[in-house]
Design a protein around this ligand. Sequence first.
Ligand code: ZN
Length: 407
Amino acid sequence: MIKTLKHSLCALTVAVCCSPAGAATDADALHESLVVMDTHLDTPALLVQPGFDIMHAHTYDDDFSQVDVPRMDSGGLDGGFWVIYSPQGPVTDAGFKSSRDTALVRAMAIHKMVAANPDTFALATQPEDAKTIAGQGKKIVYISMENAYPLGEDLSLLESFYKMGLRMVGPVHFKNNQFGDSSTDPDGQQWGGLSPLGKELVKKANELGIILDGSHAHDDVLRDMIELSKTPVILSHSGTKAIYDHPRNVDDSLLKKLVESGGVIHVNAYSSYLKELPSDPERGKAYSALFKQMGNMAEMSAHEIAALKAKRKQIDMEHPAVRATFEDYMEHFLHILEVAGPQHTGVGADWDGGGGVETMMDVAALPKITERLLAEGYTEQDLADIWGNNALRLLKQAQDFAASLKK
Ligand SMILES: [Zn+2]
C-alpha cells in the first residue's frame, strides 16, 4: 500500500520513532511501501449479497467476510485480481446460459463497486495501472474468471468479458467441464488434459492478452497449458505437493516446468489443502445441510442472509473449525520459494473463497507474511516481486503478445 495519508503517517512514525525496535517495524514500513496484491480475491461473491458493504469494517467472526476497505488499509493490501467465480453445473446449453447470466451479474458487481466508490477503487486493465492506482491511494481492481464454464462453447464470449476488463482466466473448477479436466473431479479424468475446446480457449486467451490460470486444473491440463500457451501461465492460488500431497497442489517437477516457461505460482491459504486436518463428520453434515439452504444468496433478502449467517455461527460454536496454522502456510510458501524462486512466487490466499489460517483469517494480517519472509532473508526487491511485480510481468507478457499479433 502506498501513499494514503494514514499509511504515510504510519510509515513515517515507524521510521522516525520505532525503527530501532527491530525487524517487525522495518517489515511494516517496507510492507506499506510496496504495491501489495493478491491474485485471487473471491470477494465479488459477497458484493452480490444484499446488505454487504465493502466500504464498512467487518470481522470474520461476525459475518465470515475477509476483505473490506478498512481491513485492506490496515493490512496494506492495494488490491489484485477480483474473481468472477462460477460453480460447475451441467455441461448443457441450459447450464451454460444460466451460468453465463450469473457470471455477467458478478462482473457487473465488480464494476458497480468501482463506480460507486470512485475515490476508493479503480479498474485496472494494463500492467502499469497497478502502480498508478496504488500511487493515487486507490485500490487496484483487475478482473479474473475462475472456471470458464459460463463461456459455454462460444469463445467470442471471452472477448466480451475481455472488454469488461477480464485479464485472467482459469478453465475449470471442482469438476471437469467442456474445457478440460479438474484436479478434483470425483469421477476422474474425462479428457486426459485440455479438451479440443480447451485448446481453443488457450489460443483465444493468448490472442486477447489474457493470463491463463492453472489453479484447480488437473496436472495434465496445466502441462497442456504450459506447452500450448504463447505466454507464461499463472497458478493464482495453489500449494505444493512436497508439503501436502493434495490434487490441488503441484509437485516440484511440474512447478519447475512452470517456472522454466516463465510462469508464477501464488500460494494458497486454504487450510484443507495445506495439511491433513482431522475430519469432523458432524460439522460436515451440518454444513452440507446449510449449503443446501443457501441457494443463490444474491436473490435473498438481507434478513434471510443474516439468519443463515447466524445458523453458520451456531454450527461453528457446536463443531468448531480446525484450521491449518500460519506456520503451515509458510511451510508451503518457503518450499515454493526455494524451488521456484522469488521471481516466480506470489500470494493468492483465496480470501472470501475458503482461505485463511489460524492468526491470518483476513487481509488485515498480510504484513505477517512480509515480516516472516524478511526474517528468512528475502530482500526488499524479492518482496516487491512477490507482492506484485511477478503477476504484473505475466500480464505484460500476455498483453505484449496480443499486441504483437496486431502488427
Ligand atoms: Zn479456487
